[in-house]
Design a protein around this ligand. Structure first.
Ligand code: IMP
Length: 196
């Protein structure tokens, strides 16, 4: 059996852990959920700061190498909204989609990007590495598809004519902001932690 290094992935979102383990397949790394009680105060002013807050909290609880991401959707014509507030834009996932479609309404500029910042900390919470991934595209005029999560049903990545929620997850995982950041992070982990 392959001997994998385990890294805590600082999130309460099981879907995210599944997604990043799929992206990390074959890397020799297994990401696991943080222990019970993981509830960081995400009060940073940037995606990178928030990912550090989450990673530090997970390492404090687990005494283990910990990785965190912080991500969101930034819409150009809405001055980068919902951005850092993507998860808190409205109470439910459907209400967040409805609010965004209403706010962008019939604006011609529908350019948007998903951004993902990742921070890896050691077991004492010291930063080892930070990476950023971006996925550029446009906001659809109406929602479509049921795969993925969050704003996937209204985001059409550049080079495609379907939303991320209409794609198989295997395709999302080759183009997403999270996969871009994670692949850079995996390269770092292999070079500076596993192969050391
Ligand atoms: P988090 O704080 O990194 O968990 O993400 C903040 C919010 O951004 C999520 O609750 C989603 O609404 C949105 N988001 C982040 N990544 C994605 C994605 O891959 N697809 C759709 N929405 C996402």
């Amino acid at each position: 059996m392959e001997n994998k290094i385990q890294i805590v992935f600082a999130t309460g979102n099981k879907h995210k852990v599944k997604e990043i383990n799929e992206i990390a397949q074959g890397s020799g790394i297994e990401f696991i959920l943080p222990p019970e009680g993981f509830d960081p105060d995400e009060n940073g002013k940037t995606f990178a700061e928030n990912s550090y807050i989450k990673a530090k909290e997970a390492s404090k609880l687990s005494h283990n190498l910990s990785l965190a991401d912080d991500s969101g959707l930034c819409v150009e014509a809405l001055n980068g909204e919902p951005g850092l507030y993507s998860a808190r834009y409205a109470p439910t996932a459907q209400e967040r989609i409805d609010k965004l479609l209403k706010n962008i309404n019939d604006l011609a500029n529908r350019k948007a990007k998903f951004v993902c910042a990742m921070t890896l900390v050691d077991k004492d919470g010291n930063i080892l590495n930070q990476e950023i991934g971006e996925c550029h595209g446009n906001i659809a005029t109406k929602q479509a598809g049921t795969n993925g999560f969050g704003y996937d049903p209204i985001f059409i990545p550049d080079g495609y004519e379907i939303t991320i929620a209409e794609m198989p997850e295997s395709l999302k995982n080759t183009i997403s902001h999270r996969s871009i950041a994670l692949n850079k992070m995996i390269k770092y982990i292999k070079e500076f932690i596993i192969d050391r």
